[in-house]
Design a binder for this molecule. Sequence first.
Ligand SMILES: Cc1cc2nc3c(=O)[nH]c(=O)nc-3n(C[C@H](O)[C@H](O)[C@H](O)COP(=O)(O)O)c2cc1C
Length: 220
Amino acid sequence: MSSQNKELKNLLVINSSARNRNAKSRNLAETLIGHWQKIQLNTKIQHRELGNQSIPHITEEWISAAFKPIENRTQDELNALKKSDEYIKELKDADIIVVATPMYNWSIPSSLKAYIDQIVRINETWKYNPDNIQNPYIGLLTNKKVVLLLTRGSQGYEKGGYNEHIDFQTDYLKRVFHVIGIDEIHVITLDGAANNQEEYNKNITIAHEETIELIESISS
Ligand SMILES: Cc1cc2nc3c(=O)[nH]c(=O)nc-3n(C[C@H](O)[C@H](O)[C@H](O)COP(=O)(O)O)c2cc1C
């Protein structure tokens, strides 16, 4: 089904595999982009590379800057937030945010974690509600969708699966995007890179098909 919506859409594609060649998560992102471009002609695509970049960790200056009003920040503090400002602007500009990431050590690559520390920022992507101590987060990024393209070497990470209890990738990423205001989160998984190759090849085909189906359903 083709829906060539006239409205300009901004697609932000975030890659965090340390592999550049034949990274399965990057391949899924490419399939997504390719299909998106077929059915949504009026699209701006922004790429954010994490996997082979040095993503700054937050620092003492970053923390002191982030938690005070902009007018009270020193020049050094403003500088400490520069990357965070850049990443957050990209997120604010995006309609659809695609995060393509492998599982590393049952969680996410440290580059993606460093990025998350830069973007989960008080009064920029969330604000604090002191009246609701049990759930004090008010997300500030609204009207956006997230697509998580998750690759794993093992399998059994699905709900009820034998590895569900060591999946610190899926729910963590969902939680982070939920806290900053995004409720529509879609997940595609590609598991089993370390297992039977024939079965894995089938999983690859299925994950790419699912990615295309998902794009058909969310692009309009
Ligand atoms: C450093 C490293 C750690 C990994 N840790 C896990 C893990 O904890 N669980 C798992 O199922 N697979 C793990 N894998 C396998 C990758 O998740 C899997 O190969 C995935 O398909 C890689 O995605 P990519 O091809 O996009 O880089 C790990 C791979 C690497 C390189």
